[in-house]
Ligand binder design. Sequence first.
Ligand SMILES: C[S@@+](CC[C@H](N)C(=O)[O-])C[C@H]1O[C@@H](n2cnc3c(N)ncnc32)[C@H](O)[C@@H]1O
Length: 267
Amino acid sequence: MSDIRDTIRQKYAEAITNKRSCCGGSSSCCGGGTDDPITKGIYDGAVLDRIPEGVVSQSFGCGSPVEMAGLKAGETVLDLGSGAGLDAFLAGGEVGPSGKVFGLDMTDEMILTAEANRVHWGLKNVEFLKGFIEDIPLPDGSVDVVVSNCVINLSPDKEAVFREIFRVLKPGGRISVSDVVFLRPIPEDIRTSIDAWAGCVAGALGKDEYAEKLKKAGFTEIKVSPTKIYAFTPEQLEDMFPDLPGAANLDASGVAAGAWIFASRPN
Ligand SMILES: C[S@@+](CC[C@H](N)C(=O)[O-])C[C@H]1O[C@@H](n2cnc3c(N)ncnc32)[C@H](O)[C@@H]1O
């Protein structure tokens, strides 16, 4: 687990420090940059208008989970893998001064960037925490809504993540998550490629598997809805799987999708 975490941390530290697209190859991570097939076009214009200038180019997400969360004034929100803070800032605007948003991330460079953005934009109801999504540093039953954008697929221990989300949610609380899922099985050599793992691909769950794991953790009202089905070009495939012979010829269209995941913790 620590090998995968170290690789992922290093990739995202480099990505945010160099502010570059990092889909594949030696710089592989999930999304980033305006031409990235995963990140491109995930926020609509009205949402972009509410985001501080410059923060959009620091996004590595695969959906817009805050838009789908139905946040209300006064709610407490936790953003898992908050990166440079974009979704946490959006959530902060929705819950208002009587609400609170925690952003949690394990990468120092991400926390520093997010905190600098927060200070720059004078946002008082958002706080960034350093830690692991498999061991959330918040008390039981303290959060109304958990959001997350393209992070859970990166975890080598998803059962722990779902168990922790369930623990920190209040009874009746909900999750609104954007994540990569598989729509059909992938070859084992892709699953075992650490570069592909860091690129939000190898670690992704199947659509039904995602729902099953949430159910096992105790969640109800589970929905896993694909929102953007990916069609990778041969060049993108080569870049994503640098160690895989013949990667450019993989039959990868329609294999993976960005999905919106909703579930609630029963009362
Ligand atoms: C794909 S980026 C997404 C960042 C942000 N959600 C966004 O949409 O821009 C993944 C983020 O999750 C963080 N991360 C990955 N695995 C993590 C873990 N196990 N615990 C905490 N943070 C993690 C990384 O440091 C990185 O900032």
